[in-house]
Design a binder for this molecule. Sequence first.
Ligand SMILES: Nc1nc2c(ncn2[C@@H]2O[C@H](COP(=O)(O)OP(=O)(O)OP(=O)(O)O)[C@@H](O)[C@H]2O)c(=O)[nH]1
Ligand SMILES: [Mg+2]
Length: 218
Amino acid sequence: MSETEKYENLEFKLIILGDSGVGKSCIMHNFIYKKFEKNKTQTIGVDFTAKTIKIKNQSIKLQIWDTAGQEKFRSIARNYYRGAIGIIIVYDITKVESFNHIITWLNDAKNYTRNESSVLIVGNKNDLENLRQVKFSEGQKFCDENNLLFIESSACTGNNIEQIFFNISEDVLNKIDNGIIDSNSVISSYAREMKKVQIEDKENNNEEDNKNNGCQYC
Ligand SMILES: Nc1nc2c(ncn2[C@@H]2O[C@H](COP(=O)(O)OP(=O)(O)OP(=O)(O)O)[C@@H](O)[C@H]2O)c(=O)[nH]1
Ligand SMILES: [Mg+2]
């Protein structure tokens, strides 16, 4: 941890949800490798990656879980929702049905994740302007009405891909700063185990001290 960092070992679990083919895997791929993979195969179950980012001098390790949009994998994918603090729901701006399904994904996520989680809605494929079926203003209105973060992106051109991950992480970080999320609940599992051991050690030492009434000779 550098001197200016406020929290140690922050690790945010993010999940990416949305209909099959909206571009979830391409978004994750572009974020990690900075390039578009045109012929990505459909995700089976879930895919996982990790990347560390910095926001306002604060390092945050992102644990990113890319889920399969296909119905047959939904129950497998749900097993990975637990503990997620950021939910990214993607629709395809050229497919209105994927926009209409956001509410289903939202309910699904809310049933299986933490109450304080941040939710970001992403209208992807905004490079395909001539095929657009969902206006930017419609996406924005839906998110304003439901108190959700909103952004449009393109995994093809890279437009706003970094912002997706920065915006949702910044929202979580603000909640930690404001006491809505306990920072100890979003640290790496290794750091959490170490903290537990330190607390147990302290309690054991206190017990020893109490036994001897603090006297070091008896
Ligand atoms: N033009 C354009 N095409 C995109 C974009 N993002 C993804 N695609 C295309 O859409 C196809 C599906 O993208 P994926 O990332 O595999 O979709 P997915 O949401 O992960 O699908 P599942 O794994 O089945 O849930 C890709 O093969 C890309 O060719 C984008 O921003 N613009
Ligand atoms: Mg995929």
